[in-house]
Structures are given as C-alpha cells and as structure tokens.
Design a protein around this ligand. Structure first.
Ligand SMILES: Cc1cc2nc3c(=O)[nH]c(=O)nc-3n(C[C@H](O)[C@H](O)[C@H](O)COP(=O)(O)OP(=O)(O)OC[C@H]3O[C@@H](n4cnc5c(N)ncnc54)[C@H](O)[C@@H]3O)c2cc1C
Length: 372
C-alpha cells in the first residue's frame, strides 16, 4: 500500500490530524497506518509540548471541553472522567465551558490514543527542509511523492526580549527553571500570570515588567470566533483587517477570577509583587515572552513561500478558509497548514480545537480526491 498522506511535524497538531485520518468520516473507513507517513524530530506527540507545560508548572489544561486529541468532539475527556468517577460534575462543568482536565489526565489520554491508533507504525524520524510541488503531489526532501501533505511544524522557536538573549540572569518561561529570591517576570500574558503565582508560591519577591496592562479574558481568541457565524465574519474580513484582528489576539491576556486576583493582591500588600515598566537589579529574569512569530522564522515555511511564490500578508501565509494553500491545492492534491501557521484560516489554530478544524478539512480533501 502506497502512502497517500504525509504529515510534517510530530507534535500535537500532527497527532490530531493522524487520529482524524485514521478515524475517517461516518460511512467511510479511515486510512490505514501504511497510507500515512509522519515526519518528525521525535515520536512522542507531546514531546515538544510537555517540557513547556512543565516549565511553567501548568496543572490544568487551558482549553475547555473540546481540548483533546480524539477525532470526534464527543465523547471527550469530560464524559470519560464522569464515567470513571461516576459523577456528573465533569459533564456539568463541560456544559458551562468550565471543564479543564488536569495536564496529567491529558497526557494519559495522548499516551493511550498513541498506543491504539497506529501512530508509531507511520512515524519516520526525519526533519523535512523542503516541500516541492510536482504534478499530482509533493516531494518532501527525498521522500514521496505524496498527493496530500499537511505541514504542522509548530512555533518557530522561543522569543526573548532584545538584550536578554545572552544575559546570564535570563531564562525563558518555557525552559526548566527554579525561582530566585527576587525575580522579574517580563510579559503579561497567561504564561507570565502563571509565573507570578509560581514565584510567589516559591517565596520570591516578584517584579512584573510590562509595557501595557493585560486584558482579562478566558481564552486568547474571542469566544464568538469559535462559532460558525463568528468564523464566517472573520473569513469575510479583508486582509488588512484580518491581520489586525490576529494581532489583537496575540496581545497579552489572562483569565479573570479570584484564583489570580487574591494571591496577587495579598502579595502586593506584603510588598512582594510590584509592576514596573523597566527591568531593575534582580537576580533572575523570567521571559514569559512566548514564541517567535511568523513564517519567516521557520526554514521549511520560508522556503515554501519563496520557492512557490506564495501569497503572504505580513507574518502570515494566506490560506483558504479550509486551511489549504491556494495555488498548490486542487482536486488531486492538497497542501494544508495546521497549528500556529494555520491562523489565517482559523484564528485559534494553535489550540486543540483549531488543530481539529484543519485536520477535518484535510480529511475531507483526501476523501474527495478521485484517486483515493
Ligand atoms: C505551555 C503551553 C500550554 C498550552 N496549553 C494548551 C491547552 O491547554 N490547550 C490547547 O488547546 N492548547 C494549548 N497550548 C497550545 C498548543 O496546544 C501547543 O502549542 C501545541 O504544542 C501545538 O502543537 P503543534 O503540533 O502545532 O506544535 P509542537 O507541539 O511544537 O510540535 C511540532 C513538532 O514538529 C516538529 N517539526 C518542526 N519542524 C519540522 C520539520 N521541518 N520536519 C519535521 N518535524 C518538524 C517539532 O520538532 C515538533 O516535534 C499550549 C501551549 C503552550 C506553549
């Protein structure tokens, strides 16, 4: 059996896509492991994500009920936890968008799904540097051709503020670290807020270095954009407006609530939490400054754009609404982007829900291909 699909990137986006392809749609069998090749640096689909979540001591998932890797939204982790604990609480929380499984539970789910879906049979340890469009498909370095390819390379590296990349006091929030006696946390998003509380709990004095006040919202992306109507209005927005919207979702924010406010207010009263616009003399600087942004930072995507003259808008590759690359996708071949590079099609592409959006549309293309 010839592989028909290739996935580049063996992280959570690649994994969600794989599970979706294996499952298929109602009335049609999914693909066999021999029909799919997954290229990646490591076989563990949580291998890139886990150390980042561990570094900021993340205990619960940020995502809500649909934040899992199963190919269908239902039954998700809430239903399974409810059955296991013989309790309705996870279901009630899920209905109210308040169900957040623990990271341990999520990783257990990834482990079990990996073992049952054939992932390791399809995995090839290789880093792909070039995608070359040829008649009826794509060559990936020396591999292929494959009629259908989904690129899911993740974020192109951690971002550090200028001047801090070689400062011995500096560490990125997503790298392993402990907390010094006096700590500055640069940034004001979810990772920064998590680090304020971590450092305070470790007994540190915390200086929050920020250029602007963070917004308080439960998710980075406005909730209506997760609905069909909200997404349709996003797709109807002209490129300049769409770019501005995407930038606004990247602005610092963390959820509202007493769980954040009470410890910060208490620490401020004890003079252990201050806000500052500039760095002063501290022993440690934790950079909660996220990732580098844009296709230019990723050699695979940068080459793809240059060699195929793809349309871009600022830091984004322009995609069709189904997350495929226009010009390189037609009735017989598909090139899709999933994870953060897929933001032009789905603003929350770098979430488990967003990964499913790209994966389902990729499967749809594969199933409609006449040569299948
Ligand atoms: C701390 C943290 C917590 C998060 N929590 C949540 C959450 O609770 N819920 C949620 O929905 N989302 C969450 N996210 C967002 C998202 O789920 C993660 O960013 C996730 O890791 C994205 O998966 P990915 O596969 O796109 O990228 P990654 O997990 O980074 O995986 C990409 C993989 O592709 C490989 N790769 C890259 N380039 C190539 C190449 N050229 N050839 C071969 N392989 C390549 C990389 O080595 C890597 O293994 C969180 C993100 C972070 C950082």
């Amino acid at each position: 059996m010839m592989p028909r699909c290739a996935i580049v990137g063996s992280g959570l986006s690649g994994f969600v896509t794989y599970a979706t392809l294996r499952h298929g749609t109602p009335g049609r069998r999914g693909l066999e492991p021999a029909e799919i090749v997954v290229f990646g640096d490591e076989a563990d689909p949580a291998g890139a994500w886990r150390p980042r979540a561990e570094a900021i001591r993340q205990r619960r998932m940020r995502s809500e009920s649909d934040g899992h890797c199963y190919p269908t939204s239902f039954p998700g982790l809430a239903v399974r936890e409810a059955a296991r604990r013989a309790s309705l609480t996870p279901l009630l929380r899920s209905v109210a968008d308040r169900y957040r499984p623990t990271v341990t539970e999520f990783l257990g789910h990834v482990h079990l799904l990996r073992a049952s879906c054939g992932w390791d049979e399809s995995f090839v340890p290789a880093r792909i540097e070039r995608v070359r469009a040829i008649g009826g498909g794509f060559e990936l370095d020396g591999y292929g051709p494959f009629p259908h390819v989904l690129l899911a390379p993740g974020h192109p590296g951690l971002a550090l503020p200028p001047g801090l990349d070689d400062d011995p006091r500096g560490v990125h929030a997503y790298e392993p670290h402990e907390y010094a006696r006096r700590v500055a946390v640069v940034g004001a998003g979810m990772a920064a807020a998590t680090e304020w509380l971590n450092a305070l709990a470790a007994g540190s004095e915390v200086v929050s270095v920020r250029r602007r006040e963070p917004a308080r919202r439960p998710l980075n992306v406005a909730r209506p954009l997760f609905t069909k109507r909200g997404l349709a209005s996003f797709h109807a927005t002209a490129p300049a407006g769409r770019g501005e919207l995407l930038k606004s979702f990247g602005a610092p924010s963390y959820p509202p609530g007493r769980a954040w406010d009470v410890p910060l207010a208490r620490a401020a009263c004890e003079k252990r939490f201050h806000v500052a616009a500039e760095l002063d003399s501290v022993e440690q600087v934790i950079c909660a400054t996220g990732f580098k942004r844009g296709f230019e930072h990723d050699p695979l995507l940068r080459n793809l754009v240059r060699e195929h003259d793809l349309e871009t808008h600022e830091r984004w590759i322009v995609l069709d609404r189904d997350s495929t690359v226009p010009g390189l996708t037609n009735a017989t071949r598909t090139l899709s982007l999933a994870g953060v590079p897929g933001q032009w099609a789905y603003p929350a592409a770098d979430t488990l829900v967003g990964m499913k959006y790209a994966a389902r549309r990729f499967l749809d293309r594969v199933e409609r291909c006449p040569t299948r």
